[in-house]
Write a protein that binds this ligand. Sequence first.
Ligand SMILES: Cc1cc2nc3c(=O)[nH]c(=O)nc-3n(C[C@H](O)[C@H](O)[C@H](O)COP(=O)(O)OP(=O)(O)OC[C@H]3O[C@@H](n4cnc5c(N)ncnc54)[C@H](O)[C@@H]3O)c2cc1C
Length: 426
Amino acid sequence: MREPEAMTRTDPQPPEEQPGGSPSTAAGPAASDDPGVGGPIVIVGGGFGGLYTALALSQQRRHPPLLLIEPQDCFLFLPLLYELLSDELRRWEIAPRYDALLAGLGVAWLQDRVVEIDAAQRLLHTAGGRQLHFGQLVLATGARMHSFGIPGVVEHCLGFRSLADVERLQTLVRHLRLQRRPLQRLAVVGAGPSGVELSCKLADLLDGAAVVELIEQGPMALPQARAFNREQALLALQRRDVRLRCGCRVLEVGADHLDLHTASGAERLAVEAVVWTAGLDFAPPAIRPQPERDPRGRLLVDAELRLQGHSHLFALGDIAAVDGDRDGSETSSPLPATAQVAFQQATCLADNLLRARRGEPLVRFRFQDLGEMISLGKGEASLVGGGFTLAGPAAFQLRRLAYLSRLPGRSHQLRVAAGWLADWQP
Ligand SMILES: Cc1cc2nc3c(=O)[nH]c(=O)nc-3n(C[C@H](O)[C@H](O)[C@H](O)COP(=O)(O)OP(=O)(O)OC[C@H]3O[C@@H](n4cnc5c(N)ncnc54)[C@H](O)[C@@H]3O)c2cc1C
């Protein structure tokens, strides 16, 4: 296990004016009234929410002691996982190691998993048997695959959220291409963004060695997406002969088949493998006393990203359900579980953690919708944002460039950019 690096002195500088938030009328707890607020800021989970909060705090010249607790040794830039599957990007580019990312920033990293939090004592317990004190705690443990209790999903389905998932899928694709038996089928369940993007990439990689069946319970693919992106996605699926089956519910998954309920009745579909991308489940560490959770199991936080009833506990990203969260659009939908939201919340939360320590009013999180980009097979993408739409190879390049500026840490961005320039062939 890695030992924490030396930490900086607790004496934060006033934070700069941050985008992504506006002053709230609700005053935060005064530092002088709160004996524990001087302790370290501990961040649980090093994904988009947690890592980018740590990075934003580390940019303050004299920031409080910071500890990131994360069981994996690499950060994973999930929006580019499809390009890792297709070998269009390299592993080190989208999965930089935490020790390299955090070197010299004054952020300690503990490779461990938090299992229990005692909010009253400000203590947390880890799977590795550690007991640690915190002044403020940030929960950013994200989401995981949701089986909805459907028999066979956990036992037989592949997921698509980790480096191990990518390796398993690459092995499967190689196997199906070598085998090339007639009527080979690979099913992807869930026609949300992950299912659609993955189906396009898989169809390109399989190159006719197997048919991709995309199974969706609802009436359409990408119901939440922008109309332009949905149209482009449907065209991309058609071009690759991906069989999109809407209104089709999975009843059970077997080792070599799927049992489905369709409009015309029950159906058994023989498949070589099933990839499950439908739904998100939430399993934060146990917290005492239990905080309020929404019906999906997410932690309820106020507009300033504080857990309701816990002035020194905060949450962001997929695990957080923001009170009255709305995306500010005309239709005013709830905030989506996206990296874009987590990324923006991180800036706001870093500011609020420091404000709370100084006894200043916290700022409300306001989501700024910057648009939507989807990957649609090798070398193709579609995007909507900034008042324009684009699809095809140019969109693919633009999407890559947009994500380059979102990769964690300036030096990692520069290394990746240098690698792309070296590969570039005019
Ligand atoms: C394949 C895929 C593609 C996606 N593409 C896009 C996209 O194009 N655009 C977009 O905006 N969003 C996209 N998303 C969604 C986006 O990745 C998530 O919304 C975002 O990662 C949420 O950030 P987070 O910090 O809440 O969780 P995560 O990034 O999932 O990070 C959670 C971290 O917490 C750690 N953790 C969990 N439990 C514990 C514990 N008990 N103790 C310590 N650490 C713990 C995990 O190991 C993990 O590193 C995609 C998601 C997937 C799966």
